[in-house]
Design a protein around this ligand. Sequence first.
Ligand code: NAD
Length: 455
Amino acid sequence: MSASQMTVAVVGTGYVGLTTGVALAYLGHHIIAIDKDPRKIELLSKYQSPIHEKGLQELLTTARSKITVTPDYEPAAEADVIIIAVGTPPKQNGEADTRFVEAAARDIASVLKADRDYVVVVKSTVPIGSNRRVASVIEKVLAERGVVTRVTFASNPEFLREGMALHDTLYPDRIVIGSEKDQAISTLRKMYQPLLEQTFDAPSFLPRPASFPLPPLITTDPTSAEMIKYAANAFLAVKISFINEVAGLCEKVGADVLEVARGMGLDSRIGPKFLQAGLGWGGSCFPKDTQALQAIAGEYGYTLPIIHASREVNARQRVLVLEKLQSALKVLRGRTITVLGMAFKPGTDDVRDSPGMELMQVLLERGVHVRGHDPIAIENARNMLADMDIKWCEDVEESMKEADAILIATDWPEYKHLPWNDLVKHMKTPVIVDARNILSHYDFDGNVNYIGVGR
Ligand code: NAD
C-alpha cells in the first residue's frame, strides 16, 4: 500500500459517497463503489452520474479507469479502507435511522478476509456512539464466521455542501478523523495526503481557490468527531434562522435586512456567509440533523432551546412567505401561481425537504393552480410529487404566462438574469414574491408588486 495508491471501497453512491469516491479516484486511489440501488449501478456502470453536481460527470469520466462499480460487497474484501456513506434519514421520532449503516456494516463483515488490515470508516452523519455500534456489529459477524482479521474503526464526518460537493471535497476547510486507533488515523492520513498537502493537479473545471490554505487534519476521539458534524450543521441552521428572525423585525420597523446583514457580516467575528434572509433552510441535512441532535440531547434528559427555536423560526418563515402571497392576492383559491425553484438550493437536483416543494403542496391544498419550474431538479420534483395536480414547465418564460403571481423559492442565478419587466407583461397580475431576495436590485417598472423578505 503506497500513499498514492490505496484500494478504497465506498458503500453508498449518493451525494456524499459518489463525490468522495470520484475525488479519491482522481487522487489516484482504486475505488470500489458499492450501492444497492440498481438504477444508480446501471448509470454508474456506464460512468454516468446519477446526480447533478458541478464537475462530477467530468471527473467521473476522467477517473473512470480507477473506479469499479458493483452492487456486491465481495470486492470490498480487497480494500484497505471501507467508507460507509449510506443515508441516515430521520425516523418518526426525529432520531437518525441507522438501519442502512448497520446493514452495510453486516454486509462488510460478511466478506472481510482473514489476517488482513482494514480500516472501516463511518462518513454518514450518525448519532453519538454509532462508531462503537458499527464496530460491535462487525466484530460480532466476524466472530460468527470464525474469521480473525485486523479491523480498526474511524469516524470521518463529511462537511461538503450540495451544489459545491466536489469543490468542497477537493478543497476542504478541514478533515476530521475520530478514532481510538493510531493505525486507522495513519491510514486515513495517507489516504487524504493529496488533499492535506494539495499535491494533485487541480482539474481545469474546478480550479483551486486563490490563496487556498492547506486544510488541517483534526484527529480526535469518535464521539467528538460525531459531535463536530452535528454541532457544525446546527450552528449553520441557527445562523440562517437568526437572520430570518431579524428580517421579520426589519419588516416591522422599516429596516432593510440586506443592509443589516451586510453591516453585521463585515464584522470578522460574524462573517457574511449564511446571513441571507429568505425562505429558510431545507434539504436532506439541516432539518434532519437538527432534529437528530435534539433526539440525542433527549436521551440524556437535556434540552437544546437555541436549536429548538431555530427550527421554529424556520417553519414560521415558510408561513410568512405564504402570507405575503395571500396579502398581495387577497384570495388564493382559483389563482395560478408559478413556483420557481424546486431544488432546496441552487447547484443541486436534490429536492428532499425543499421549501419550494413544501409551499407548492400547501398552495395546492389552498385551491391554487400550481406551476413549477426548475433548471435542473424538475425531474426529481416531478417524481416526488407525481400524484399531484401540478403543471411542470420546462420553459421558465412559459411558466409565467397568465400567472397571478410568481414565487421565487430557490436562488438559481438563472432567475436573476431574466428580462423581468418584459415577462411580467404576460402575467395576469404582476405580483412577484421573491423569497430569496435575488431581485432586490432589479429596477422593476412601477406597476410591478415586488415583495422581498425583510425589507
Ligand atoms: P443519499 O441518499 O444521496 O445516498 C445514500 C446512498 O446509499 C443511496 O444511493 C443508497 O442506495 C445507498 N445505500 C443505502 N443502503 C445501502 C446499503 N446497505 N448498501 C449499499 N448502498 C446503500 O445520501 P447522501 O446525501 O449522500 O448522505 C449520506 C450520508 O452523509 C447521510 O448520513 C448524510 O446525513 C450525510 N451527509 C450528507 C451531506 C449532503 O449534503 N448530502 C453532507 C454531509 C453529510
